[in-house]
Design a protein around this ligand. Structure first.
Ligand code: PGA
Length: 233
């Protein structure tokens, strides 16, 4: 299983250094990936965890003020990078076409994209969730060879679950995973959205889940430890 930790825009340098000490004592048979802010990437120093980023420029290096390129991430030994998180789609108006370009830039640098897809509450109420995810996957994965496509980790994150404490029913998750795996049968698919040390008991019954993308819980090493223990036992 993959457990990816999305710190989002949290942790100052000092807080990150302390946090890292706590994460360093986590032991797990699963793969842990930490995605800190860009500024904390240079302070990353863990042996039991792999390094990820939360975003990348869709351009190569050049005159793009404020951007960070895939080459730069590569030079910091970043192995994974989240793309298409709903917060970026929403606040930065990121489009599926831009996300496709970001995936290209990452693959050129041998960085594995973690592609987030998910529907809003309104879209689910209108029963559009399946078509939304199909559209997001189709455009984001356009023009990739099947070998490139298979490298990508997909994270299904219903937007109405992110940071809300509400998770879909197991049947809703299973149905969506079935749809996603029909489209990309050879890809790892994670669940993200309010996964925590309590609901993991329920979530782990879903055999289709290949791992988790954790936001809020990533900032609480003690609870994360309980999450991992419950997942593994
Ligand atoms: P959450 O965030 O676990 O706090 O809901 C997940 C995510 O946004 O990746």
């Amino acid at each position: 299983m993959i457990i990816a930790l999305n710190n989002k825009c949290n942790l100052t340098k000092q807080e990150f250094l302390k946090y890292q000490e706590e994460l360093g004592s986590l032991s797990t048979q699963n793969k842990l990936i930490l995605c800190p802010t860009f500024l904390n990437i240079g302070h990353f120093d863990l042996k039991n965890v792999e390094l990820g980023a939360q975003n990348v420029s869709f351009n190569d290096q050049g005159a793009y003020t404020g951007e960070v390129s895939a080459q730069q991430l590569q030079s910091e030994q970043v192995k994974y990078c989240i793309v298409g998180h709903s917060e970026r789609r929403n606040y930065q108006q990121e489009t599926d076409e831009e996300i496709n370009q970001k995936i290209m830039r990452l693959l050129e640098q041998d960085i594995i994209p973690i592609l987030c897809v998910g529907e809003t509450k309104e879209e689910r109420e209108k029963q559009l969730e399946k078509s939304i995810i199909e559209k997001e996957l189709t455009i984001a994965l356009a023009n990739l060879t099947s070998e490139q496509k298979e490298k990508i980790i997909i994270a299904y994150e219903p937007i109405w679950s992110i940071g809300t404490g509400i998770i879909p029913t197991n049947d809703q998750i299973k149905e969506m995973f079935k749809n996603i795996k029909n489209m990309v049968p050879n890809n790892k698919v994670l669940y993200g959205g309010s996964a925590n040390e309590e609901n993991i008991v329920l979530l782990k019954e879903i055999k289709e889940i290949d791992g988790y993308l954790l936001g809020g819980l990533s900032l609480k090493p003690e609870k994360l430890k309980v999450f991992i223990e419950k997942l593994e036992n």
